[in-house]
Design a protein around this ligand. Sequence first.
Ligand SMILES: [Zn+2]
Length: 308
Amino acid sequence: MVTRLYSHPIYLEHLTPPGHPERPDRLRVIERVLDDEGFSGLDRVLAPDGDPATILYAHPQSFLDKVRAAIPETGMTKIDGDTAVSPKSWQAALTAIGAANAAVDDVFEARADNVFVASRPPGHHAEKTTAMGFCLFNNAAIAARHAQKTHGAQRVAIVDWDVHHGNGTQDIFWDDASVLYCSTHQMPLYPGTGAPGETGVGNIVNAPLSPGTGSDVFRDAFRSRVLPAVDAFAPDLIIISAGFDAHHRDPLAEINLVEDDFDWATGQLMESADRHAKGRLVSLLEGGYDLQGLAFSVAAHVGRLMKG
Ligand SMILES: [Zn+2]
């Protein structure tokens, strides 16, 4: 098994206000935990620059221009109540897209069996024309369309286990039957979308979880809702929107998962990818705001990717 890891120092330069949960330290603790010799087999690659034209796979030019225009020369600007940008945010966002697209290239061109992208800003709340929830552009959506446009993928499945619903990904693919979007998330919780009745053109599967949900109920939802949908869809590629804020230590939600749940869910999706997609699996970091919970969960997730 070759598991590739993309990261880049520019991701530390996307700054958010003091006390903001989506902060550069998140990537520092991930870097530290993956420094352990158990991860010495990772194929570590510096994330490449992204092509701004690929942003248009998921967002209109007017939105791209609006985000670029909001980037300040100094200090920080708020795009919405909880989404801030700083001078290097454009380059960070572009490099997050670059890594996501490169990860897709890697699994289609057999440079890696699977890939984890440790980037920020995250992406799954970014709708076609709205940056929100710490997200500027929808990395997973852009990567899915990149797989279709560049590698001829017919069907891409995006599985999102971040504790928040990926309203942005749902919005972008709402009427696109070539992309399956499956999400487990706490409800009620930000952003408020993700009810089971939101099904798009039959390509959206929402499995909301009540506050206080633990491992068993999460795994049941994954087993009964997410995995059958992925299997029935038979994707050419699986993209994971890998947020780790459903961990019991996370301060932003009340789901009580442990590291082993992320190991298990990763293994299940790897088996699906083996059945349908020649093993092609790309995982993109979304949320996760308790530094210890995040680091240990990423270690479990990446450890599983490496083990096969
Ligand atoms: Zn989240």
